[in-house]
Write a protein that binds this ligand. Structure first.
Ligand code: PLZ
Length: 448
């Protein structure tokens, strides 16, 4: 571990070497010699510490972080409340396995999930470790609760990298390539992608298109669940047209199909509400959470209507680490922080700043085809201005230019052409402004 730079860490963007610097490059060589090449790397700067909205690398550079570890460190990195809770918990009880002998933290997290997720019906939860694992369990619950087997996912969906989750994930390369066959009875239907749908298509029309495909290809009576991301993250920060989710939810209700909301990325204040489902008043049957839930520690959950959750027989859920006490303590501290600091409001404020600045950039550069998102979950789609076709190469060059200037900006999307903005919800506004200045400069340089 390097501590040489610890005493002089900057509280703003600060470059003392190029990015990546020499120490990062040496570590990248070590990485290449020992870490499997299938593990990706967006920014080759090794990080040794973080601060509010900042990442400090091993060369003494301070970068502004617009990615939050893929939407995880919403409450800060490190968040003092989470650090204190973790220290206390790890020192008193590190692990028992909740299936062997229970502890209060697990129950307390389930109580919070019942309170916070949409709807005031009786709920139950199961805790797990990763998002993909929670997705897998949601499918088990839906099948057990309905006695049906078909699971329906949307175009542009991302639900994780385990085999079943990959079957639900839409994009082939790099996620699925070479890894099939995937579990059967998973079906894909069109979603609502306003920027690329026929002009003027409403949410209601997009839902009708989706339902038509579902009924024709699968048959309503065979479907256990429709799994949706209320705002699609990896697919390209896609906000469905108003009414799409409510229509789909109503259809599920009428047909005995569970509406499963994957709120792994969009949940826990990210979009300016506790859950993205809240924006449209959607009450899912099951809600899947992970990422920001535990302030940086691995924890996930499935929360749902008691009668569906309890269709799973005793012993039907489990896992050695699911709901680990340290992760639960972190989650309780993270949730407390979200409440006390009103992080939904902070996310809305970040959304206003991002929307204003990105829209102004788009007005000058037609290469920025659309700015979209909610709260601190935003995207800017980079296109060939003449045709509107996706331009992944320019998106990539833009992201790289920002990274070299000290801003961790990542790309995302089915077509790889969307700039993704997922800052921490405690990101200081001056840092956010500086990062957007950098982006504006890079756009001017690249697009003229
Ligand atoms: N569902 C909506 O966003 C994780 C993936 C990073 P895990 N997204 C980041 C990558 O390339 O592996 C995600 C998500 C949604 C499920 C998941 C999966 O969550 O915790 O990564 O398993």
């Amino acid at each position: 571990m390097t501590t040489s730079t610890a005493s002089i860490r900057a509280s703003k963007r600060d470059l003392v070497t190029e990015v990546p610097g020499p120490r990062s490059r040496t570590m990248m060589e070590r990485r290449g010699a020992t870490v499997a090449r299938g593990v990706g790397c967006a920014v080759p700067a090794f990080i040794e510490a973080a601060g509010p909205g900042l990442l400090h690398d091993v060369d003494g550079n301070t970068l502004i972080d617009l990615g939050s570890g893929l939407g995880v460190t919403s409450v800060g990195n490190p968040a003092p409340e989470v650090v204190a809770a973790v220290h206390e918990q790890v020192a008193s009880l590190t692990h028992t396995c909740f299936l062997a002998t229970p502890y209060e933290g697990y129950v307390a997290v389930c109580e919070e999930l019942a309170r916070l997720t949409p709807g005031d019906h009786p709920k139950r939860s199961v805790l797990l470790s990763t998002g993909a694992e929670a997705v897998e369990n949601a499918v088990k619950i839906a099948r057990a609760a309905t006695g049906r087997t078909a699971i329906v996912a949307l175009d542009h969906a991302y639900h994780g990298r385990t085999n079943l989750a990959l079957a639900l994930t839409a994009k082939n390369a790099p996620y699925k390539q070479n890894f099939g066959p995937f579990v059967p009875d998973i079906h894909r239907i069109p979603t609502s992608y306003p920027y690329r749908d026929p002009k003027g298509m409403t949410g209601r029309e997009a839902a009708a298109r989706a339902v038509e495909a579902l009924e024709r290809q699968v048959g309503a009576e065979n479907v256990a669940a429709v799994v949706v991301e209320p705002i699609q993250g990896e697919g390209g920060m896609i906000v469905p047209a108003a009414g799409f989710l409510t229509e789909l939810t109503d259809w599920c209700g009428r047909n005995g199909v569970l509406l499963v909301a994957d709120e792994i990325q969009s949940g826990f204040c990210r979009t300016g509400a506790w859950f993205a489902s809240n924006h449209e008043g959607v009450v899912p049957d099951l809600v899947i959470t992970a990422k920001a839930l535990a302030g940086g520690l691995p924890l996930s959950g499935v929360t749902g209507r008691a009668e569906f959750m309890d269709a799973v027989q005793p012993g039907g859920f489990g896992g050695t680490f699911g709901g680990n006490p340290v992760a639960c303590a972190a989650a309780l501290a993270a949730i407390r922080t979200m409440r006390e600091r009103d992080l939904p409001a902070k996310a809305r404020r970040i959304g206003e700043i991002l929307t204003a600045r990105l829209t102004a950039i788009a007005a000058v550069h037609p290469e920025v085809g659309e700015v979209r998102g909610r709260g601190a979950m935003m995207g800017a789609e980079i296109v060939h201005p003449d045709t509107g076709l996706p331009d992944a190469e320019s998106a990539d060059r833009l992201a790289r230019a920002c990274q070299e200037a000290g801003v961790v900006l990542l790309t995302v999307g089915t077509y790889g052409n969307v700039l993704r903005f997922l800052p921490s919800l405690v990101m200081p506004e001056d840092l956010l402004g500086d990062a957007l200045d950098v982006l504006e400069d890079c756009c001017a340089r690249l697009f003229g």
